[in-house]
Structures are given as structure tokens and as C-alpha cells.
Design a protein around this ligand. Structure first.
Ligand SMILES: *[C@@H]1O[C@H](CO)[C@@H](O)[C@H](O)[C@H]1NC(C)=O
Ligand SMILES: *[C@@H]1O[C@H](CO)[C@@H](O)[C@H](O)[C@H]1NC(C)=O
Ligand SMILES: *[C@@H]1O[C@H](CO)[C@@H](O)[C@H](O)[C@H]1NC(C)=O
Ligand SMILES: *[C@@H]1O[C@H](CO)[C@@H](O)[C@H](O)[C@H]1NC(C)=O
Ligand SMILES: *[C@@H]1O[C@H](CO)[C@@H](O)[C@H](O)[C@H]1NC(C)=O
Ligand SMILES: *[C@@H]1O[C@H](CO)[C@@H](O)[C@H](O)[C@H]1NC(C)=O
Ligand SMILES: *[C@@H]1O[C@H](CO)[C@@H](O)[C@H](O)[C@H]1NC(C)=O
Ligand SMILES: *[C@@H]1O[C@H](CO)[C@@H](O)[C@H](O)[C@H]1NC(C)=O
Ligand SMILES: *[C@@H]1O[C@H](CO)[C@@H](O)[C@H](O)[C@H]1NC(C)=O
Length: 897
């Protein structure tokens, strides 16, 4: 009762205050328990203002000639926001090269903001940072608050006591952010992913906050549960939650406090209240752990296995004296009841479990925006796309973004493998000969420790956290490992901690990482994945793929000149600015193009080249995810694969499953087919069919139809199988008969249906060559395995044309999130297969509609076969057109209705 009365009163008083103070700016924080984000900044280079931090950080400065930017953003993001640079222009052709290395980016930048506070007695103020790149001096009202020796690194989050600096009325905060060198500083580099942004990501890229508390403050709750197994009957009845917070007594007297909290269950269930008393010695810190039983717990699952019920916990702390004043308030923390674990199996491969079930990681590596701009809707689309593709995990390699990303992942059931980045300062180890990072000195351990502490606190409560990799290409040395481990345990870390993403070595305190980083990163043929070497489908591949991800035509034209587009298909060995950075092994498309030209035939036009790329990309991602899925319970199980990468930091030509403008392409739909929950896949090595099941519940009899036809649509073989499927299990079925009879090219269709043959669970079509690709394993490099003989798919160039009818069927189904939903029917009217048909939805200007989700795309239809495809999108279908084209299908257009 007391709780709600006090809160009500506080709200009432706050309303009165704001009514009385219309003329003056509202105070940023006004009572104990308030925390507020600095809402925006004035940004300017030190080269444009006097070199006098004391003067610049006093309230009342004329900032007319400063840029105005939002609450967080790098220097480049701020300059784009102010129209100094235009990203559409920058991202076109090689325009970004012309920004050059200007002196202004080699000098510090200032972030300055004034705000109002009305401090009163017994109130304490903190300045809270979450990372400033590369490092910063902080001033307030003319005086220094923190120096760049302490405020270092993109993830260096600190609380600074600014109580003595705060004054009545206007206050000024000034941050001097120093330029970033990826080898010297703990920042966020793009390594070989793309060209560097001109500012190397310098600036206040994360929020800065001011908090007000009474005598005792509390840190955000960490959450642990003793939940392990959803089948355990005692755990079904009750699990125990432990909420942990650090209390700090800011006064030089003993203070007693009462903490009153609530856990709100999902679905507006009965709230659980708790009350605890603490006594704090003068100036001391106390780790307070509160155990609360939760009856009939709702269990949180990754998206493909169940729902994502979230509990939330919040608390208010009162001073236990006559005043009963509020001393602090916790932020509301959302958490899920679930368990994760990892272990290294007898093959030294890491395997994860979630809620006690073997969890095969099917994921991809995340790339932030090149200027580190964060757009919540964009990330939501990324996750929607990932779930649509059947991916369950996103890997953040040193790009940990913001708390909102984790909240989204919690709500959407996306698992996260976070960790530190490779190669740069983060891996400046004496035994790292590959990296360019400067070797660590004594002071670096403190900076890295602060970063670990801060990120661990931010990530700790999130049910989406699958694990944290404290190294990437290399493992941290023993001293750094201890620093990381200490920070993680100080933050009550409850998820797996893994030494690195590779098997090069490991610190004793963590043991082997169990993750392989043996390539490939560049093109390999589909049969690669069914071998028993390097990146093939066994163990845990932390970053690997055939390097594919060519955008479709509409996107290519958005960032390349006609000359560049010409080069793309006529000069297969040429370097391209929109591939990886110039210094990398991936600046050209040599290896990839050799594969395309040899297998599919020399391109005859840009259109022909892009179509061949899409076919190759589709084959590549499908085979990777199918092989890893097929081998999930093999004698050496495939425990996880992270496709390299999910997306790009800017418009890019490879290493992505959808392009920068959110258009899915061949690599997307190959992944989507290859990662289906229940699926049938073709094994290029044994020429047999795999039955795949990733679910934890679905089992029983199934029907499998295996049909092989030649290029003219004539039957080579047709088989029906009736296998039994089991949860999280794959098994090898019959070899496909007639593979030896293929002349030129043949098509293989695999269809999986339920026991009664009513519901189609998967439909999957391959184009197969009479001769296989032959890999030269012994000549493998860290990024690819060469091919000595290529499959021959050139027959695809001379297929008889197919006629296909396209219809829009009315649909009563509602799309997710209020999206429009339509069903498109395709009917092949010919006696030959209609091959690799792409459906493209465009607006009235002919521009691709994105985001968009098709149930399937790049379809191959059997002679006289009909298929229904669902599409979902935002907006009005009447304003749209649908374009259909394929390998042997003339382009046709249909108006939306
Ligand atoms: C601030 O400076 C601008 C230009 O430097 C000037 O036009 C403006 O009057 C100044 N504002 C105040 C309040 O002094
Ligand atoms: C940005 O550049 C593009 C292409 O160069 C141009 O069409 C657009 O108008 C520019 N936008 C602004 C705000 O100047
Ligand atoms: C960015 O970092 C690289 C090292 O990774 C360095 O060579 C370069 O000079 C830096 N750029 C700026 C503008 O400081
Ligand atoms: C069920 O959970 C309880 C509490 O964690 C544990 O003590 C018990 O051993 C578990 N029972 C089984 C069968 O695992
Ligand atoms: C929760 O705590 C209670 C009381 O300490 C204990 O009896 C019970 O076994 C715990 N439940 C679980 C699932 O550990
Ligand atoms: C912060 O500064 C104030 C004012 O100087 C002081 O009273 C307080 O003890 C300091 N420490 C903390 C942890 O707040
Ligand atoms: C309690 O709050 C009142 C009003 O804000 C303040 O004047 C008083 O000093 C506070 N007392 C303590 C012990 O914090
Ligand atoms: C696993 O690693 C350990 C320690 O590095 C090594 O001794 C052992 O031979 C490895 N086992 C396999 C199957 O590779
Ligand atoms: C593979 O390596 C061998 C021995 O180093 C070399 O003779 C051969 O030319 C290489 N093959 C290719 C295709 O590079």
C-alpha cells in the first residue's frame, strides 16, 4: 500500500512542479531515483573553437555555429545528420574515398549540452557513461570530471560522482572525444568488412545519463534463476529467482534502507511483492541478493521452440528514518526464466543447450551501420528476417550495440552470441602474429576490465544471451582472462563464457573454445559442406560461408555506376570498392567469378551475370545450412554454424543474406530453405536424402517424395519413402536413384509431407550436373579451398522456355504486425520445368519494396505444377507491381490488387 501511495504522491508533486515552471526548462532529473539521458548535443571540432575546456564547459556559451545532433552518434553520424555529408551520395560508387583522411578527423571533437537541475540537500548526482570512442575528457561547469585515462574505449562505461559540480539551474556538460586508431584503442573496427569510416567511429556513440539518488543508490538488477529443466516437476511448481544489486552508501554515517520490490509475471499475472532491509556502513558498498520464489513459472524459449514470456522486476528503496524518503529506484528489468549451457564434447567441439535441449546454432554475423547509427526498426527487420530464414542466433563480434537490441532479441526469441572483436587492439597479444593491434600494457587491462564489467552488467539479465566470447581469432592471455572472468563473476554472469572463436589455443582458466575458424570465407562449391575437413558440416563453425550475397539488380544500380556494373561482369578479376576493404583478400571476386564462369558459363550480359550469381548464392547457403543440419547428430555432430555475414555496414557486394537496403536475395532464400525446421536435403557427396528435424516436439511418420527429371522435364526416377522423424534428429534416407544417368543437367525435387500426406512441410529443388565439383583440399588457404574440376551447369543456358501463369489470390489471412498478406499462385503451363523464378515486388517507381517476406522465392516448378506463395509487406498492395522472371521464363508483370 505504502508503495503506491508514495509513488502517487511523487507523481502529483512532479505534476505541480512542472505546472509552476512553464517558463524555465524542465529539470533533467528532479527526484531521487530519476535517471535521464542527455537528450542531444552540440557537436564541434576542437579546430573550430578556442582551446579552453573550462570556458567552453561553462553554461551560456553561444553554440550557434555548432552542429546539433541526437543523444548518441559518432562524428560522421552527426555530420550526416547535419547534411555535411549525404550518405546516399557517399555510398554511391567510390565517393566515400573522397572524404579522405582529413586533419579534422585526426583531432578531437566536442560534445556539449546544457541542462537544468534543482539539487537539494542529501541528494547525489552521477554522470553515467556507456562508452565513448576512443577516449574522452569530461568537464562540467568549468571543472574537469574525468580524464581520458579513465574514460577509455567504446565499451568503457563509468559512473562519475558529479554531486560537487552540480549547481542550481543551468549546468553544462562537455565531452572531448579523441580520434580513434583501431590498433591503439579499444574501439569497433570493421577490419576487412568494408572501407573505414573517415572518423574511425569516434564520438559519443552511446547514451550519456545523469542520475539523482538519496543517501544510498542501487545498480540495475542482475537476475539469476535456479531453473534448469522444463520437465522437472519440482521446477514446474516453483523456481527461485535471485535479484542482485549493488548498494552504495554515499554518506559518512550508517544508513538503513528498505527495498520494496515487485516482480510482474507475463500475461498480467498476480504480481509478487518483496521487501528487504539493509544496513550500510559509512561510504560502503554492499552486494544485495534477494531470493524470490516464483510459482508455476512461464518458461522462455528461443523463437522456434516456444514463446517468450517476460517477467519484469522493479524496486524502490526508502531511507529507514523518520523521513522515509525515497533513496533510489531501480530501472525496470525484464527477464526470462530459461537455462543455457555449453560443453566441449569428445571431439573438442562446443555444443550448446537451451532449457536442457541440444541447441544447434544456426546463425549469422551481425554488421552495424558504417557510421554506427542505430535504428530500432531496422534491427527488428534484421531479426524478423533471421527468424524467417530459420536462423536462431546472431553473433555480435565486438559490435555490442545498445540495450535495446537485447530487449528486442528477448521479445523475439533471438539468441545472441556476443563477444570481443578480432585483430585490432582487442587482440594485441604477444602470440598474435596476424593482428595489427598494439601489445597490451598494464593500463590496458584496467580498460578492458571496465569494458567487460559494463557489458556484462548490460547483458546479464537478458534471456536471449547464449554466451560471450572473450576472444575471436585469438584467445586472451592469462592475465586478461582473469580480468574478464573476475568482471563476469562480479556481475553474476550465468551464461557460457568461451575463450575464442577459433581453435588456435586457449587460456587454462577457460579451456578449449571448441569453435573452429577454418574458413571458408570465399566461394566453395556446395559439396564442400558434406566433407570431413576444415569448415565442412561438423563441429561449431564460428564464422564461415562461401562468401556469397550478391544483391539483385535494383540494389546494384543504387550504388554502382554503369562503368562499375560493366566491370562487374566483364572483368571478373577486378578489384571493387564495394567488396571488402582494399587491403583484404576479398577485394576482388576472382575466386567467386571463376566458379560462376566455369559452372554456369561466361555471362552474356549484366542480367545474365546477376541471375547466375543468385543461383550460385542460393546453392551455396542452402548447402551450408543443410549440411550442418543433416549432421546435427552425426558421429561427430555439427553443433553450430555462423554464416559470415548476416548483413553489411554499407551497400556491399558479398558476405550478406540481404542487402543494405533490406532486399532479400538468392543467399537469403538458400538459407531459408536450408534451415527449415523439418526438411529434406540432398547430400552432394553420398548422393542421398537427409531427413532433418530441428523441433523439440514434432515427431512421427512422414512421407518423402523424391523426383528426378532431366532438362526437358522427362522422368529419370521417382521414389516415395515413409520415414519416421524424431525431435532434434537428422537421418540419412535412401540414395537418390538415377543420379548416374544425368546428362548435362537434371532437376531433383524433394518434398516432405506429414504422415497422411496432407500438409507439405518442405519442398526443395536442386539443379544437378552430370559431373561433380572436385575440391583440392591440400591447397586450401585460410579463406578457401580451390576447385580442380567444376560441375557443368551450362545446359541451364539453353533450356526450352517455360510459360508460367501468375495470379493473385485473395487472402483473408492477417500478416504479422499488421502487415498486408497476399497469396500468389504460379502455374507452369509447360512440359518443361520452369527454373529459378524470382518474384520481385516493386512500387510505382519500379523500386523494390522492402522489407518483404515471401514464404519462398527463386522457385523451380515441375512441368504443369502449381504452387502458392505467401507474401507479407507493409503498405498498400494496389500501388504495387509484381515482376516474375526466371532462368527460362520471360519477364512478366502483374499489378497488385
Ligand atoms: C551567437 O552567435 C551568432 C553568430 O556568431 C550571432 O548571430 C548571435 O546573435 C549570437 N547569439 C547570442 C545570443 O549572442
Ligand atoms: C543526397 O544525394 C542524393 C544523390 O546524390 C540526392 O539525390 C539527394 O537529393 C541528396 N539529399 C540531400 C538531402 O541533399
Ligand atoms: C583509423 O585507424 C587506423 C588504424 O586502424 C589508422 O591507420 C588511421 O590513421 C585512423 N584514422 C584516423 C582518422 O585517425
Ligand atoms: C529437479 O529440480 C530440483 C531443484 O533444482 C533438483 O533438486 C532435483 O534434483 C531435480 N530433479 C531431477 C529429476 O532432475
Ligand atoms: C527454491 O527455494 C526453496 C526454499 O529455499 C527450495 O525448497 C526449493 O527447492 C527451491 N526450488 C528450486 C527449484 O530450486
Ligand atoms: C560524491 O560527492 C559528494 C559531494 O562531494 C560526497 O558527499 C559523496 O560522498 C561522494 N561520493 C559518492 C559515492 O557519492
Ligand atoms: C527527505 O526529503 C526532504 C524533501 O526532499 C529533504 O528536505 C530531507 O533532507 C530529506 N531527508 C533525508 C534524510 O534525506
Ligand atoms: C581435445 O583437446 C585436448 C586438449 O587440448 C587434447 O589433448 C585431445 O587430444 C583433443 N581431442 C581430440 C579428439 O582432438
Ligand atoms: C596445389 O598444390 C600443388 C603443390 O603445392 C601444386 O603443384 C599445384 O599446382 C596446386 N594446384 C593448384 C590448382 O593450385
Amino acid at each position: 500500500m505504502r508503495l503506491s501511495l508514495k509513488q502517487g504522491l511523487a507523481a502529483f508533486v512532479a505534476t505541480l512542479c512542472s505546472l509552476n515552471a512553464v517558463a524555465v526548462a524542465d529539470p533533467l532529473v528532479s527526484k531521487a531515483g530519476d535517471t535521464a539521458i542527455i537528450p542531444g548535443w552540440h557537436l564541434q571540432s576542437v579546430m573550430r573553437v578556442p582551446d579552453d575546456m573550462a570556458m567552453l564547459s561553462k553554461p551560456g556559451l553561444n553554440t550557434t555555429h555548432w552542429y546539433r545532433v541526437t543523444s548518441r552518434g559518432t562524428v560522421m553520424a552527426g555530420l550526416v545528420e547535419n547534411g555535411m555529408y549525404n550518405d546516399t551520395h557517399l555510398f554511391f560508387s567510390n565517393n566515400m574515398e573522397n572524404v579522405g583522411v582529413r586533419e579534422i578527423f585526426r583531432q578531437p571533437w566536442l560534445y556539449r549540452e546544457e541542462f537544468t537541475v534543482n539539487p537539494s540537500e542529501n541528494q547525489y548526482f552521477d554522470l553515467i557513461t556507456h562508452g565513448i570512442t576512443s577516449k574522452a575528457d569530461i568537464y562540467m561547469n568549468g571543472a574537469p570530471v574525468a580524464s581520458k585515462e579513465e574514460q577509455q574505449g567504446s565499451y568503457g562505461g563509468h559512473n562519475y560522482n558529479i554531486t560537487a559540480h552540480i549547481r542550481e539551474g543551468n549546468n553544462c556538460l562537455l565531452i572531448r572525444a579523441y580520434p580513434t586508431n583501431y590498433d591503439r584503442d579499444f574501439a569497433q573496427s570493421f577490419e576487412d568488412w568494408n572501407p573505414r569510416p573517415a572518423d574511425n567511429g569516434t564520438g559519443v556513440w552511446r547514451n550519456v545519463e545523469i542520475s539523482q539518488t538519496g543517501a544510498v543508490s542501487m545498480s540495475p538488477f542482475r537476475v539469476n534463476t535456479d531453473f534448469k529443466d522444463p520437465m522437472n516437476t519440482s521446477e514446474k511448481e516453483q523456481v527461485n529467482i535471485t535479484l542482485t544489486t549493488d548498494l552504495i552508501n554515499r554518506e559518512s554515517r550508517i544508513v538503513r534502507v528498505t527495498l520494496e520490490g515487485t516482480i510482474e509475471p507475463p500475461n498480467s499475472g498476480e504480481p509478487i511483492q518483496f521487501v528487504r532491509n539493509f544496513r550500510l556502513m559509512p561510504g560502503k558498498k554492499l552486494k544485495a541478493s534477494i531470493r524470490v520464489g516464483v510459482r508455476n513459472p512461464h518458461i522462455w524459449w528461443p523463437a522456434s521452440w516456444g514463446s517468450q514470456p517476460l517477467y519484469s522486476a522493479h524496486a524502490t528503496m526508502f531511507i529507514d528514518d523518520d523521513s522515509q524518503n525515497i533513496s533510489d529506484r531501480s530501472r525496470s528489468v525484464k527477464f526470462g526464466i530459461r537455462s543455457t549451457d555449453s560443453s566441449v564434447n569428445s571431439h573438442n567441439d562446443t555444443a550448446f543447450t537451451v532449457n536442457g535441449h541440444p541447441f544447434e546454432v544456426l546463425g549469422a554475423g551481425y554488421g552495424p551501420d558504417i557510421f554506427l547509427r542505430y535504428d530500432e526498426n531496422r534491427i527488428r527487420t534484421f531479426f524478423q528476417y533471421m527468424l524467417d530464414m530459420g536462423l536462431n542466433t546472431v553473433r555480435l563480434e565486438g559490435k555490442q550495440e545498445h540495450p535495446e537490441l537485447y530487449e528486442l532479441a528477448d521479445r523475439m526469441g533471438m539468441m545472441i552470441l556476443a563477444g570481443w572483436e578480432c585483430c585490432t587492439k582487442w587482440e594485441g597479444w604477444e602470440y598474435n602474429d596476424d593482428g595489427t593491434g598494439f601489445k597490451w600494457e598494464d593500463t590496458d587491462y584496467k580498460i578492458a576490465g571496465a569494458a567487460m564489467l559494463h557489458e556484462a552488467e548490460m547483458m546479464q539479465p537478458h534471456p536471449s544471451m547464449l554466451g560471450f566470447l572473450v576472444g575471436s581469432d585469438f584467445w586472451p592471455n592469462d592475465r586478461a582472462t582473469k580480468v574478464y572472468n573476475d568482471a563476469l563473476s562480479q556481475m553474476d554472469w550465468r551464461n557460457p563464457v568461451i575463450a575464442s572463436a577459433s581453435k588456435r589455443g586457449y587460456p587454462d582458466d577457460l579451456g578449449p573454445s571448441g569453435m573452429k575458424m577454418d574458413g571458408p570465407y570465399d566461394w566453395v562449391p556446395p559439396n564442400y559442406w558434406y566433407a570431413d575437413k576444415l569448415g565442412a558440416g561438423f563441429g561449431f563453425g564460428s564464422e564461415l560461408g562461401a562468401g556469397v550475397g550478391t544483391p539483385e539488380m535494383g540494389t546494384l544500380k543504387r550504388f554502382m555506376t554503369n562503368d562499375e556494373l560493366n566491370t562487374l561482369w566483364t572483368e571478373p578479376d577486378e578489384g571493387l570498392y564495394h567488396m571488402s576493404s582494399k587491403i583484404s583478400s576479398f577485394y576482388t571476386r576472382k575466386i567467386y567469378n571463376r566458379g560462376i564462369y566455369s559452372r554456369y558459363g561466361r555471362p552474356k550480359s549484366l542480367e545474365d551475370y546477376v541471375l547466375k550469381c543468385q543461383m550460385a548464392d542460393y546453392e551455396a547457403t542452402r548447402a551450408q545450412f543443410e549440411a550442418y543440419s543433416a549432421h546435427q547428430n552425426a558421429s561427430r555432430p555439427a553443433t553450430g554454424a555462423i554464416y559470415w555475414m548476416l548483413n553489411s555496414a554499407w551497400p556491399n557486394l558479398h558476405w550478406q543474406l540481404f542487402d543494405y537496403y533490406l532486399n532479400p536475395m538468392g543467399s537469403y532464400y538458400g538459407t531459408k530453405v536450408g534451415s527449415r525446421m523439418e526438411h529434406v536435403a540432398y547430400d552432394y557427396e553420398t548422393e542421398s536424402v537427409w531427413l532433418i528435424n530441428h523441433s523439440i516436439k514434432d515427431e512421427g511418420d512422414r512421407q518423402v517424395f523424391v523426383d528426378l527429371i532431366d532438362a526437358d522435364g522427362k522422368k529419370i526416377s521417382s521414389t516415395k519413402l515413409k520415414p519416421l522423424t524424431l525431435p532434434t534428429t537428422s537421418k540419412q534416407l535412401h540414395p537418390v536413384s538415377g543420379i548416374g544417368k544425368i546428362k548435362g543437367v537434371a532437376f531433383l525435387r524433394l518434398v516432405l509431407k506429414d504422415a497422411k500426406g496432407k500438409h507439405e512441410l518442405s519442398r526443395n529443388v536442386y539443379w544437378l550436373s552430370h559431373k561433380p565439383d572436385v575440391l583440392d583440399w591440400s591447397n586450401s588457404t585460410w579463406y578457401h579451398t580451390p576447385v580442380t574440376e567444376y560441375a557443368d551447369l551450362t545446359k541451364l543456358e539453353s533450356l526450352a522456355p517455360a510459360t508460367v501463369k501468375m495470379n493473385v489470390k485473395s487472402s483473408k489471412v492477417k500478416g504479422q504486425n499488421g502487415w498486408t498478406h497476399r497469396v500468389i499462385e504460379l502455374e507452369n503451363k509447360s512440359k518443361v520445368p520452369a527454373v529459378f523464378m524470382h518474384l520481385n515486388a516493386v512500387d510505382t517507381n519500379g523500386k523494390e519494396i522492402a522489407p518483404i517476406i515471401w514464404s519462398d522465392n527463386y522457385i523451380t516448378l515441375w512441368p504443369h505444377e502449381t504452387i502458392s506463395l505467401a507474401l507479407q509487406f507493409q503498405g498498400d498492395f494496389h500501388l504495387w507491381k509484381l515482376e516474375l522472371s526466371g532462368r527460362n521464363v520471360e519477364k512478366q508483370t502483374l499489378r497488385g490488387k
